[in-house]
Every structure is written in structure tokens, then in C-alpha cells.
Unconditional design. Structure first.
Length: 312
């Protein structure tokens, strides 16, 4: 298995960042999901059907495109798989948004509150500068798992499974990353307690994110040069409603020695103070470093897989 797709995805992330919304396939997928967001006589059944069919359809389309590209050349297939992986990830744009919130938090809190809308689904009108910085760091850490580690790990794991099964790895791996992104997108659009139609997508996303959340916490702990933060995070997980997001956010709180909180919902590292500007900037930089490490580890894993496959 070649690491070219991960290298292509990483290069596009560095050079392009987030494509414009009107041209982004994830936005197109969102338009397919949007009609589900209404009242239904049987919301759970409709939601389950949507959570099953829509991500699977997107994954199937990507797999077919990679197979078609492979009829031209192996490099074409690898490049297209890399492009699909890139479109399944998102980090640079959200890191920039988080950094802007941190920069504005003291000098222009109203601008920081407006900027937070691109990061977190919470009411920012009454948040203090410290709480705004907290929200920015929380969102950056959580997005490391959702927006990068999840599709990357899905790509690598699917490639390994395909290699063992003796089927073409690139279409399967690209489809897996796309499927994970589809599930995560459905959860972000519908996975709220007051939207019963989104319950199946939310439960599926919880299952899909179990491993990526913990992997992202580990990589972030390495980026913060504080592996002990993983153990300290366990102390606060019971207070976080999500079974997954508390891991990378908790590591950020422990590694930065700050309190991160969503008022009325959870508090991580409650004995510490809210992050000042310097700590919040360090947190965003650490997430960026963890992102680079994630790309590097994924490329190394695919290279190792290729070596094992070649010798088997």
C-alpha cells in the first residue's frame, strides 16, 4: 500500500485548506441530509434509514471513482484517493478560526463571539474572554479527532483490512474515510437531543469516534509533551456528556494546566483557571502539531503495510 494518498491529502491541506463551501462535496452531502431535519411520524426509522443509506451512498460513489481512475493508472487512483481523503478532513480552516477567536478575545470580544459561531454550537453572548478562549481550544482539540484523526484512521484501517482480504485497498480506504465523514456530518447536523431523527446518526457517530477520540488524545499529549495528561483526563470524563470528545479536550486542559468549560454542561480541570491568551495560543499550536504528527503516522502506517504486503 502506498502512502501517496496521505501525502496528497496533507499537501492539499497545507496548500489549499478548506475549499469554498459552494464547491465542497461535504456541503453537497449536507444538502442531501437537510430534508431529514423536520418532524416525522416515525423519526427513529427515518433517521436510521438516512444514517445507513446516505453515508454509504457517498462512500460508494467515491469507491467507484477511484476504481475508474485505476483503469488509467495506479498513480491516478492514488491521487484521487488522496483527494477524497483531503475532502474528508478539515483542520487548517478551523485552526485559523480558533486562532482568530483567541486573538480577538481580549481586544474585541464581540468579534470573538461572532467568530466562535464557526467553531462551536453554543450561545456566546454571555461568555467572558476566558470562556471564549476556552471554547476555541476545546473546539480545536475536538476537531482534531472529528476532522482529521477519524478519517485518517478509517483510511489506514480499511486499507489494512482490504490488504488482508485480498481486495483493492485504495477504493476501500477512500470509501471508508468518506463514510466516516458522512456519519460525522449527519451527527453535526441532526445529532441533538431535540431531534429524534438524528438519534441513530448520533449513536453511530459515538461508535465510530470511539477509537479516533482516544488516538487523538494520545497524539495531542505527545504534541504537548505531557503523556501524564492522559491519566489526569480520566478524572473529568464522567462530567462530559459525549463518550468521546472529553478525551482530546481533557488532554488539552491537563497539558495546558487550564480549565476548559462549557457553562452549564461540563468543566475540565476545575481546579485551574481559564486559559489566558498565551495558553490558548499554545493549545491551538499543539493541535496543529498533533495534526502534522497524525499525517506522518498515517503515512508511516501505510508504508509499513505496503512492506508487509510485498513480503507476504
Amino acid at each position: 500500500m502506498t502512502p501517496v494518498p496521505v501525502l496528497v491529502a496533507g499537501a492539499l491541506e497545507a496548500l489549499v485548506g478548506e475549499p469554498p463551501t459552494r464547491y465542497h462535496p461535504v456541503a453537497w452531502f449536507g444538502r442531501l441530509v437537510a430534508p431529514l431535519d423536520r418532524e416525522w411520524a416515525r423519526p427513529l426509522a427515518v433517521g436510521a434509514l438516512g444514517a445507513f443509506a446516505l453515508p454509504l451512498a457517498a462512500a460508494g460513489a467515491v469507491a467507484a471513482a477511484v476504481v475508474l481512475a485505476g483503469t488509467w493508472s495506479a498513480l491516478s487512483a492514488a491521487a484521487l484517493a488522496g483527494a477524497a481523503l483531503f475532502l474528508s478532513t478539515s483542520l487548517r480552516g478551523l485552526l485559523a478560526a480558533a486562532a482568530a477567536v483567541v486573538a480577538d478575545s481580549d481586544t474585541d470580544p464581540d468579534a470573538a463571539r461572532d467568530g466562535l459561531l464557526a467553531l462551536a454550537g453554543r450561545d456566546a453572548s454571555a461568555l467572558s474572554p476566558g470562556q471564549l478562549r476556552s471554547a476555541a481550544v476545546e473546539s480545536a482539540a475536538e476537531n482534531l479527532a472529528d476532522g482529521l484523526v477519524a478519517p485518517l484512521s478509517a483510511f489506514v484501517v480499511a486499507a489494512a483490512v482490504a490488504a488482508v482480504a485480498g481486495v483493492p485497498a485504495l477504493p476501500v480506504a477512500a470509501a471508508a474515510a468518506t463514510w466516516v465523514k458522512g456519519v460525522n456530518t449527519m451527527d453535526s447536523m441532526l445529532g441533538y437531543p431535540d431531534k429524534r431523527v438524528g438519534t441513530p446518526a448520533a449513536l453511530l457517530d459515538d461508535a465510530v469516534m470511539w477509537l479516533p477520540a482516544r488516538l487523538s488524545a494520545l497524539v495531542l499529549a505527545v504534541a504537548l509533551v505531557d503523556l501524564r495528561s492522559l491519566a489526569r483526563t480520566r478524572e473529568w470524563l464522567d462530567g462530559v456528556p459525549s463518550p468521546n470528545s472529553g478525551w482530546p479536550m481533557g488532554v488539552a486542559a491537563a497539558g495546558l494546566a487550564v480549565r476548559l468549560e462549557k457553562p452549564g454542561v461540563y468543566v475540565l480541570n476545575p481546579e485551574a483557571g481559564l486559559p489566558d491568551t498565551m495558553a490558548a495560543r499554545r493549545g491551538v499550536r499543539a493541535v496543529a502539531v498533533a495534526g502534522v504528527l497524525s499525517y506522518a503516522l498515517a503515512a508511516l502506517a501505510l508504508t509499513a503495510l505496503g512492506e508487509v504486503t510485498a513480503w507476504s
